[in-house]
Design a protein around this ligand. Structure first.
Ligand code: ZN
Length: 221
């Protein structure tokens, strides 16, 4: 039986050439699956403004994203939106066994242990986005919201990617590393995503507000 664990064990024995070839094939397969999954889905999304902001940042910096939410929350639509903007390294997962975790309108019936073991199978990506379907009221209050063209305009206006973090951003990062016990690869990803947020803001330095947004997008441990 082919399992991801078997494949990972084999990776250590591959030559650099085979590894590069495999890496390209994996990217192509992720691309093909995203296009197949989102083929018949429209990309004009009602509501879900926070998730659209996540798509803007992901596309702006070419960051992979995983959308987590219950059935019908809008994950596939968000992937279609990202694909239309040129990003196909997107994935989706269900939040927990019962599907209600993280949804303010429903109660999760899973135990802590079930949650942890379920989350272990989520696809890993640079950006994590929890998707909660808008309530009836939010749906009516925000009939359309940000359009595809508006998102594209924000990305097109993007400035140069800044190299440095200001003093407040530096101390916020040190605080977050201590407070959340962030591992080095996670910190690297947060720094890269923060640079993208700053570039979208046309700022020549990464500020604590850019960094704060990037910290909120990290995968839960
Ligand atoms: Zn649950």
């Amino acid at each position: 039986m082919i399992t991801s664990k078997n494949i990972l064990n084999e990776l250590f024995h591959l030559s650099d050439g085979d590894l590069a070839d495999l890496s390209t094939r994996v990217k192509h397969e992720a691309h093909r699956r995203t296009l197949a999954a989102t083929e018949h889905v429209g990309s004009e999304i009602i509501g879900l403004e926070m998730a659209k902001r996540v798509v803007t940042v992901a596309v702006g910096g070419g960051h992979s994203v995983v959308f987590v939410g219950r059935e019908g929350s809008g994950k596939t639509m968000l992937r279609a939106l990202a694909a239309q903007l040129g990003l196909t390294e997107t994935f989706e997962a269900r939040p927990c066994l019962c599907g209600n975790h993280g949804d303010p309108h429903r109660r999760c019936r899973c135990t802590e242990r079930q949650l942890v073991s379920h989350q272990r199978h989520w696809p890993r990506a640079e950006i994590f986005c929890e998707v909660v379907a808008p309530s009836e009221r939010e749906f009516r209050a925000n009939l359309r919201g940000t359009s595809l063209d508006e998102i594209r305009a924000v990305i097109d206006r993007k400035g140069a990617v800044p190299g440095s973090f200001d003093a407040a951003a530096d101390s916020l990062l040190s605080y977050a590393i201590r407070e959340f016990g962030l591992r080095l690869p996670v910190v690297d990803t947060i720094r890269r995503v923060a640079r993208t947020v700053a570039a979208l803001d046309r700022s020549d330095v990464v500020t604590s507000s850019h960094l704060n947004e990037a910290i909120n997008y990290r995968m839960p441990d």
